[in-house]
Design a protein around this ligand. Structure first.
Ligand code: G3P
Length: 215
C-alpha cells in the first residue's frame, strides 16, 4: 500500500519523508493557500523532496483551459500529476492529457459511478473523498470498497487513492479493502504511530533498567 501525504507544508512533508512514510504527495488549492507560498514555488520544492507522484490541481473549469494548465504544470517537474475535478469538462481534459502522456488524478469523487467514468476517461488515479462523505452521514469507506471491486471486475489500471482521510481507522479499512494508495494528513500519520501500551511499555523498560543500575 502506498502512502501519500496530503499537505503543502514542506516541513511536515520532509518529516514524514524522513520517517519513510512518503511515496508521494497530494496538494489542493486550500492546502497551497494555507502554506502562504506561491503555487509554483511550493510544488517545485515538494518535487525535490520526493521522486514519487506530486498532485497539483488545475483551477480552470473549461476543458481546453484545464489541458493548457495541466500541460504547464507537468513541465514543472517529471513527477507532477495533474489533479482534475470530476466533471464533464474534466473528463475531456483527462482523456487529452492521458493521450499526451501526462498523469492525472481525478479529484472530488463521491460515488462509484464518478469513479467508473474517471477510469474510462483514462485517469491514472482516482480520489474518493471519504471524510467529507462521513461528514454528511454517508459511509465513505463503503464507497471505496465498491470502487475497488468495480475496478477489479474490469481490470481497470486506475489506482484508487483514498482521500479526505480523517482518522487511522480510515487507513486500516483502506488497507483491508486493498486500496492502492491513501493520502494522509501528517497529524493522522502521527496518530497511527502511537499506542498507550507502547508508551507504557517504554516507560516500564526504562524504569526497570534504571532500578537495576541503582538509579
Ligand atoms: O486533498 C484532497 C483531500 O484529501 C482533502 O481532504 O480533509 O479537506 O476533506 P479534506
Amino acid at each position: 500500500m502506498k502512502f501519500f501525504i496530503d499537505s503543502a507544508d514542506v516541513n511536515e512533508i520532509r518529516m514524514a519523508n524522513d520517517r519513510g512514510w512518503v511515496d508521494g504527495v497530494t496538494t489542493n488549492p486550500t492546502l497551497v493557500a494555507k502554506s502562504g507560498r506561491s503555487f509554483e514555488e511550493v510544488i517545485k520544492e515538494i518535487c525535490t523532496i520526493t521522486k514519487g507522484p506530486v498532485s497539483a490541481e488545475v483551477i480552470s473549469l473549461k476543458a481546453d483551459e484545464m489541458v493548457k494548465e495541466g500541460v504547464a504544470l507537468a513541465k514543472w517537474a517529471d513527477n507532477v500529476v495533474v489533479k482534475i475535478p470530476m466533471c464533464e469538462d474534466g473528463m475531456v481534459a483527462v482523456k487529452k492529457l492521458t493521450s499526451l502522456g501526462i498523469k492525472t488524478n481525478v479529484t472530488l469523487v463521491f460515488s462509484v459511478m464518478q469513479a467508473l467514468l474517471a477510469a474510462k476517461a483514462g485517469a491514472t488515479m482516482v480520489s474518493p473523498f471519504v471524510g467529507r462523505l462521513d461528514d454528511i452521514s454517508q459511509d465513505g469507506m463503503a464507497m471505496v470498497n465498491e470502487v475497488v471491486q468495480v475496478y477489479r471486475n474490469y481490470d481497470f489500471t486506475t489506482e484508487v487513492l483514498v482521500a479526505s482521510v480523517r482518522s487511522p481507522m480510515h487507513i486500516q479499512t483502506a488497507a483491508l479493502i486493498g486500496a492502492d494508495i491513501a493520502t494522509i494528513p501528517y497529524k493522522v500519520m502521527q496518530q497511527m504511530t502511537g499506542h498507550p501500551l507502547t508508551t507504557k511499555g517504554i516507560e516500564m523498560f526504562l524504569s526497570d533498567w534504571n532500578k537495576a543500575q541503582g538509579k
